[in-house]
Structures are given as C-alpha cells and as structure tokens.
Design a protein. Structure first.
Lengths: 267, 267
C-alpha cells in the first residue's frame, strides 16, 4: 500500500491527525496512515445520547460503536488519547433540526459541554482486509465512491431514532463470495460479515445501477452483488430525528485513530 | 444433555418461562430448556441507564449486552417476545442505595415506568459449547459454583460506574487451552474468549483456592488456570455506585430467552 501520488507519507494515525489539526490537510482521508482504523463521527447533545447508543446496541451491524466520549470531552481517550475531535478531522458538517446548515474545518465555535461524540467503525478497515485476501473491491478499482442503497429493511427503533437500513454493495466473483464473507466477518467492529448475498429485490433494491448514495460500479458476468450494513444508516436515522444539533464528519473526511485495522479482528 | 433427575423436561425457553411465571419453579435455572440462552438481569432507573449502557460498551467482555428494554417496558421484545421480566425469573434481588434489602419472586410491587432492564450474556452458553467440544468444565464435574475472583484490573469507567474486573477461573488441561480459547471465542455475546491464561498473579490473584465468590475447584497436575470476564462485574460495579434502586436476578436464577445458544455464534 504505497502512498498515492498526492498523499503525503504520514505513517501513523497521530501524524495524520497533527497534519489535519495544523490545517495542512482538508481533503478525504482515504490512503492516509495506511493500516490505521478510520472512523465515522456523529456528535449529539447528551439528552439524545442514550437513545442513540441504544439504537447502536440494537443495530450493531450498521452502527458498530468504536468509542463514545464523555459528555463535553472532545478527546477519544481509548482509541486516540490526546486527540481533539474538534480539530483533528479535515471537514465537518453541522445539522440543525435535521438540516445541513454549514460545513466547517473545526468545531471550536460550536462545541458545548453537553455534546457527546460517537466514533463508529467504517468499511475502510474491512476493504483493506478484502484486498489483502485477494478479493477485488470494484469501486476502489474504478476510483469511485461505494454504491449505497436504502433498503426496505427497518432498523430496530430506539427512542427518537428509527429508519431503514442503508447498505453498501460490492460485486464479488461468485467463487470469492465465501472468502469475502469470512474475511469481513473477522471485523464485526467495522460492519462485519455481509447482511445479504445475491438478491437485491429481497432488500427492496430494484436497480443496482442507480444507487441512492455514492456511485454506480460495473458488475461483470459471474459476479454476485454482496451487501454490507453501512455507516450512513446511523447518520440518516439521526438526521431523520431532527435533533436540534448534530455534527458529523464530511463524507470521506474521517477521523483517524491510533488503532490498527488488525487490532479489530475478532478471531 | 438429558434432563437432570429433578429437572422437568421443558424443552423451550417459552415453556420454562411459563412454568416460572406460574410459580412452579423457584430454583436455579441451570439445566432448564437446554440449548436456550440464559441471561443475567440488571434493572436500573432510566437516569442511570445511559451511564450503565456506556459502561457496557466500554467493557464488552464482562458486560455483553443481549438486550435493553424500553424504559418502563418489562418485555424483552427481541430475545423473548411476550415475556414479562417482572414474573418470568424464579427469584430476584432488590438493592436500595447499594444494599440488598429483599429477595422476591416477582417484581409487580416494585416495577415503575422509569425502569430499564438490561439482559447480559452469561457463561452457561459457552460452557455448553466447551463441553460439546470435549473441554472439561471442572465446577460442573464437581457440582459446584464456578470460582470467581476480583482482579487488580480496573474496568474502563463510565459516568457513575467504575470498579474492578471480576473473572471466572476454569482449570483446563494445557493441551486443550487453545481449543477452549477458540470455542469460547466464537461467543462474544456471552463473554467470548478468555481475557488471560496461566498467570493469576498478573491479575492480582494470589490464591486460586480462595475465590472471592463461588466455590474453589480442584486444579490437577498439567492443568492451566484460564480466566474469563465475568457477569458479576457489572452487578458489582452497579452496586458500588449505590443507585437508589437496582434489581437483579438472584444468583443462578436466570432469565431464559427464546434464543438458541448457537444463534449467538459470531463465526
């Protein structure tokens, strides 16, 4: 995994965060600090944090919680001690009452002592594992964003939070589907094994060429669509609840932890 | 797994719960409805539920959450739809301000709309798997309670909740230790793989013959002490926080779900 042409050769999560904190990196984080776990961010007021944590407990495949900060603390003490979630992500989105109102490069002006930050596993970690196991990942090959679909499957609701499961789709050669299941299944903290294989209609998906989010990708003869639970689910569900304030990372602009991908392996 | 001499041949979790609800079973539940997941119960006021759920998220090995009920609802809709946690456990313990004040056979008189029930995985499920894999479980052989020890390892605190990790110890023949790790590791929802193998002193345990809870068991030549995170941890930690009200199952008197042990296997 050599550095991309225009990706500086930062080698650790800490180095990447320092570069971001100093304003030297405002772009997506794919390829930065290879091998380090990158995480989705959802920040909510403390009064909604219980329902959101409960939603995650009831829907662990789309909402794998890596860490929850203490209310008011911007430091993820377990996954990146010393980090500051107000400054160490290249780009944030601020939602008020469910509407995107602003995109910012730090949270110094909006952070308050009642905010709780959730770090959720993202698919980068298991995609690295798929590639290392010889399973092709089409959207990476094609330089696109992964295909994402709203499904007809409802998440288990919790308090203020409810909504449909969002999935990612990766076309996998039929003979490699078992390998893809096994390899991703080792990583439950980053969505784990697929939730469905081979029948888009059973998920209420009628056209794989028209994803609800992200880009379409080529599906070749002999390839089977494989569906994983997607980290967009909790963001979509939280937005639907129209909280007075919600903050997320901007798409693709993730938080980079000190954890190594392989440290998340369950077996 | 034939029924014990004095264990009636109830075959499902539902049958066992009905027998308990009707007052026909007030004893420990080991051996009832073999193959069905049995769970620890912790009930707390809603205002403490977030900290407790966060403690569980930060300490998943001692606190594997199977289900959390909606505040006020005594029905675990996901693991045992139709069940009533106020009546379907043979014996309960009621703690006020951290002190055991009463042991009761139902919760009708104490249940209030602000209570939240947590069902936590227990070791029965992985012990069944160990036995089926040919790994001996000494305290079962000797008809005793498992040996439990307070350790010098601190759990990750969360809000009101903090305290030491409690572990169970099972002596395993050295050649079977890898098998014991692999077999129990398939079941993260019921404590999963051991947290330590072979060095009691590293956990601050100085005499395996004097457990802090439960009974001592025989350790034979060639056997290694293997330590698993224990479900007594969250109860001890919750009690230490001296909540105005906490309700648990009485030791050994578990809640029997509709889930099959094997349905918890992660791989």
């Amino acid at each position: 995994m050599g550095a991309h042409q225009d990706v500086p050769s930062v080698t650790t999560g800490l180095e990447a965060r320092m570069m971001i904190r100093q304003g030297q990196w405002r772009r997506p984080t794919a390829g930065l600090a290879p091998g380090y776990v990158q995480a989705n961010l959802v920040v909510l007021p403390r009064e909604l944090a219980y329902d959101f944590l409960l939603f995650a407990q009831r829907n662990p495949k789309p909402c794998p919680v890596l860490e929850v900060t203490d209310a008011g603390s911007p430091e993820p003490r377990l996954s990146a001690p010393g980090a500051d979630l107000r400054t160490d992500i290249p780009r944030y989105r601020i939602y008020r009452d469910g509407n995107l109102v602003e995109e910012v490069t730090d949270l110094k002006a909006v952070w308050t002592p009642d905010l709780v930050a959730f770090l959720l596993g993202c698919s980068f970690s298991f995609e690295t594992a798929l590639l290392q196991a010889g399973v092709p990942v089409r959207h990476i090959e094609e330089g696109r964003n992964v295909s994402m679909f709203l499904t007809s499957v409802a998440c288990v609701p919790a308090g203020a939070f409810s909504g449909p499961l969002v999935v990612t789709m990766r076309p996998i050669p039929a003979a490699l589907v078992p390998r893809a299941v096994q390899v991703s299944g080792r990583f439950p903290a980053v969505h784990g094994a697929p939730i469905h294989v081979g029948d888009p209609a059973a998920l209420g998906i009628h056209d794989l060429g028209k994803p609800d989010f992200g880009d379409p990708v080529t599906i070749r003869n002999g390839e089977v669509p494989v569906f994983w639970a997607c980290g967009v689910t909790p963001q979509a569900v939280a937005m639907h609840a129209k909280p007075p304030l919600m903050i997320t990372h901007a798409p693709g602009h993730m938080f980079i932890t000190d954890l190594r991908d392989e440290s998340l392996a369950a077996c």
